[in-house]
Design a protein around this ligand. Sequence first.
Ligand SMILES: *Cc1c(COP(=O)(O)O)cnc(C)c1O
Ligand code: SF4
Length: 347
Amino acid sequence: MIPAMPLPAQPRRWQALWREAIADPHELLALLGLSDRAAELLPPSDTGFALRVPRGFAAKMRHGDPADPLLLQVLPQAAELGEVPGFTRDAVGDLASRAAGGVLHKYEGRALLVATGSCAVHCRYCFRRHFPYAEETAAANRWREAIEHLRGDASIHEVILSGGDPLSLATPKLAELTDALATIPHIRRLRIHTRLPIVLPERVDDECLHWLAGLPFQRVVVLHANHANEIDASVDAACARLREAGATLLNQSVLLAGVNDGAAALAALSERLFAAGVLPYYLHLLDRVQGAAHFDVEPSRAFAIMDALRIRLPGYLVPRLVRETAGAPSKIPAEFDAAMAPRSGIE
Ligand SMILES: *Cc1c(COP(=O)(O)O)cnc(C)c1O
Ligand code: SF4
């Protein structure tokens, strides 16, 4: 049984912080002392994917630096507007693998539930920037269909809550979902893919912890940080609380040109994650999504960066470099995917 949820005495603080997120690129540039560079930094027309960044995340950006690795992840750029061959709207074949309202069942034993389309932050490289969430989220009153799909397939042992960001749902809504999942005997693990503890650590509040700690599943939380500067004391605290609630903490990153495409940046990220009690899991080669080509890193360079990373770090701090390939039965280790690609030297 899941214990009853205590009612919050006042509106949840994280939801207020969510609503106060920066949505105007000019405001963000002004906060960073970059207003006079706006004409050069911002795209000349609408990119179709709005800026959104929580104030706490913006506060971790370096003042006056247009190349700040956190800023580059969220600031709309002119480069998004061009069409680049090979960069498409459904880069990972999600639309082909949906099983029932909001369920993506691509890999054996694991099913991914698109719990919501909302995110606290909008990452410019996101492969879901073109995803038709309005039709495909399980929360759009269609949990019943998703739950029945999971119940009907006894090969599924792990449910992955994804999105969007599943922790953007209010905790009672999540509890509603996990109460239903708890009635399915073959589900043993619940995995949550979330960037919220990084970009809005206040999300990991008492109510969230109480919910997580009471779940009748093994719990895995896969965070998403791309640069060591994203992790500060408030993120440390959120991670400590998640571990207290019994979650194993992992991190996935995306290899992003200009943000973290060097062994020094990635080594610093792994070290900082481990200091927060988080193990690196995947380092994704960029999904070839339209509007994100300027973040792409050539596989040969990626392999060279990984070679340098393996020399610098203990093996358990080296993430697995993967490429998601439409139709493949798992994420493909990038080295296997393109074993013939030559290696080039890096810095
Ligand atoms: C990435 C992904 C998973 C999880 O894969 P792991 O290798 O277990 O981390 C599951 N389902 C879908 C659709 C995915 O994209
Ligand atoms: S799904 Fe993840 S990567 Fe995409 S915008 Fe949301 S937080 Fe960023």
